[in-house]
Design a protein around this ligand. Structure first.
Ligand code: ADP
Ligand code: MG
Length: 608
């Protein structure tokens, strides 16, 4: 590429989403890195002083700038990346507005040294508060080096808005990590206070890069995600349900390699995880959406962190559908000490890459929160459940799956093949396989089975569930709030087999319940359901209501803790679980199975 830098005409710049691009050192760094990548660099070195508040230096081996064009690069709206407005819908480069360098130069001192491969000598230019101070020829390697210092000196008030050097450096490291994740082919070195803190070699593929940037834990914690629809593709990695985070911060979205924050995309991911992880826990994911440039508008945000899709619905659908299908295929896996989800030869390549790589700083290594405590928590929650019912398992209420249904999921752990050893604490089923000890929470397992079956049969899937008529209909009086909630959802409640008829002002008669809930107290069930519906402040969508009903019915219908199961009931539970998607967690996101492989046992017995 040998494009000329030109100043865009006013007619075009007036249509460009202009705005403040230099908010803090990390925003300067982001712009410099984007320029380096746009220039085709394969090797980038970054030096930060005082967390980026002192100075920022970015050295690249990209295509460089012609001597005569160097002053232009610092002019407002001077760019080599677009020439007319329509080009904005064709650009693959990060930059296109020609705003970054002049904005940075206006609030700091910039020293740029640059040389094109075809030139014998390079150019050195110093700019202070937007004015060129010196410019001349200089001997230098091919590529560009930009040193930004005296940051915010011309606007001292801006310094007051900066946080501590450590925090500003963390922002800078975030910018570097995001870039590093989407450009695995680029070598990236970072030094702070003269000490190298990160040195990531070019890697063969993105998974290898992810391990280097975010730690190898990611390898064990994620599954690959892949899907496409028409000209849109989605690829990436997303956390398994048992690895979750306390915020959505670890969901990285890239649209045509551009890191973006997008509510819609996050929502699509969260929807897929809704009944797979616990409430208030969030997945981690690195997802790349690629689509034709004309279908996405990148000219909507000054720092280009947001984009607008021509057809948001289809993007939402592909993300949600691909995630659901990836998650539905995860069964609980007996760890065999091998990363089963990664491509062949992956671990070895990461190990090799790790040897070449050094890191002495970075929070990335703690990317995932392995929910060690959660298992204990689950055990104590279930131990507390006092089951008063004496009902036997209601498996007979639901027929066996067809072979076709069984084909839906293929998992590495087949419960029906495990050897059943017995039950402990009336709650946990104990199994052994040749190389592992497997514990299953009977309630969580049954709950997931029922939930998936109910979801399949729920009204939205076109089938009305048939309730079992109550011997004596139950008259229930509701509070005004409960009554209003009921009116909103009465159809969907009736369709789910809970037959409710209005009877006066705030009174209803319950006539039937789903067969599997014959042991449940009808009034309590209805009130609990209405409470679920009114928990959120916004009004719930049809799909969400349907899922809430299914989740509640599954929870109430599932075998409880402290309930003895016969061997044939355990066998039936295992067979059903084998044919159930999302079987690694219950609909509230708690684990169904915890397993210990021989390695784990050896470690516990201190043999290793
Ligand atoms: P934009 O990236 O939007 O074009 P910038 O102000 O960031 O605007 O840069 C202006 C121009 O300077 C770019 O279009 C590019 O031609 C040139 N440029 C900036 N940084 C580099 C670099 N590291 N290597 C080569 N060219 C660069
Ligand atoms: Mg730029």
């Amino acid at each position: 590429m040998d494009a000329k830098i030109v100043v865009l005409p006013e007619s075009l710049t007036s249509k460009i989403a202009a705005g403040e691009v230099v908010e803090r050192p990390a925003s300067i760094l982001k712009e410099l890195l984007e320029n380096a990548l746009d220039a085709g660099a394969t090797d980038i070195s970054i030096e930060l002083e005082k967390g980026g508040c002192g100075s920022i230096k970015v050295v690249d081996n990209g295509e460089g700038i012609k001597h005569a064009e160097v002053p232009l690069a610092f002019e407002r709206f001077a760019t080599s990346k677009i020439y007319d407005f329509d080009d904005i819908y064709k650009v693959r480069s990060y930059g296109f507005r020609g705003e970054a360098l002049p904005s940075i130069a206006a609030i700091s001192r910039v020293e740029m040294v640059t040389r094109k491969r075809s030139s014998l000598s390079g150019t050195r230019v110093i700019i202070e508060a937007g004015q060129i101070k010196t410019m001349g020829h200089a001997g230098c390697p091919v590529g560009t080096s930009v040193l930004v210092s005296h940051i915010f000196d011309p606007v001292p008030v801006r310094k007051k808005f900066l946080k501590t050097e450590m925090t500003e450096q963390a922002y800078c490291m975030d910018v570097i990590s995001r870039m590093a994740l989407s450009h695995h082919e680029v070598r990236i070195k970072v030094a702070a206070r003269g000490r190298e803190i990160l040195n990531i070699p070019a890697t063969r593929d993105i998974p290898e890069r992810i391990s280097l940037v975010l730690g190898t834990d990611f390898k064990d914690g994620t599954i690959p995600v892949k899907g496409n629809k028409g000209s849109i593709t989605l690829t990436g990695f997303a956390s398994k349900p048992e690895y979750s985070r306390s915020s959505t911060k670890q969901i990285f979205f890239y649209v045509n390699k551009r890191f973006v924050r997008d509510y819609l995309l996050n929502h699509a991911v969260m929807t897929a995880y809704r009944h797979v992880i616990e409430a208030k826990r969030y997945p981690a994911a690195i997802l790349f959406v690629d689509l034709p440039t004309e279908d996405v508008d990148v000219n909507v945000h000054p720092a280009k962190m947001e984009v607008r899709f021509r057809n948001p619905r289809s993007i939402y659908d592909i993300v949600a559908e691909t995630m659901v299908s990836a998650l539905s295929n995860i069964g609980p896996v007996v760890p065999e000490g091998k990363g089963r989800m990664m491509p062949e030869g992956y671990s070895q390549r990461v190990q090799e890459a790790l040897k070449r790589y050094t890191i002495s700083m970075g929070s990335g290594k703690l990317f995932f929160h392995r929910s060690v405590g959660d298992a204990r928590e689950t055990a104590s929650i279930y131990a507390k459940i006092q089951d008063k019912g004496k009902d036997i398992l209601q498996f007979q209420g639901l027929p066996e799956e067809s072979d076709a249904e069984k084909e839906v999921t293929k998992k590495s752990l087949n419960f029906a093949d495990l050897e059943y050893i017995g039950q402990i604490a009336g709650t946990y089923l104990v199994f052994s396989s040749t190389s592992a000890l497997v514990l299953m929470d009977q309630h969580a397992a049954h709950e997931r089975i029922l939930f998936e079956k109910l979801k399949k049969r729920s009204p939205a899937s076109g089938e009305k569930m048939i309730g079992q008529t109550l011997l004596i209909p139950e008259v229930v009086s509701l509070s005004p709030g409960e009554f209003a909630t009921l009116l909103e959802s009465i159809k969907i409640i009736n369709d789910s087999g809970i037959e409710v008829e209005l009877f006066g002002e705030k009174t209803v008669i319950m006539k039937s319940l789903p067969a599997m809930l014959s042991h449940v107290e009808p009034k309590a069930l209805l009130c609990e359901l209405l409470e679920e519906f009114s928990k959120t402040e916004r009004s719930l969508g049809l799909e969400e209501r349907k899922e809430k009903i299914c989740a509640l019915l599954a929870c109430k219908g599932a075998v409880k803790a402290n309930q003895k199961l016969s061997e044939s009931e355990v066998e039936m539970l295992c067979r059903n679980l084998d044919a159930t998607p999302f079987s690694s967690t219950c609909p509230h996101g708690r684990p169904v199975v915890i397993s210990f492989n021989t390695g784990d046992l050896e470690r516990m017995f201190k043999r290793k």
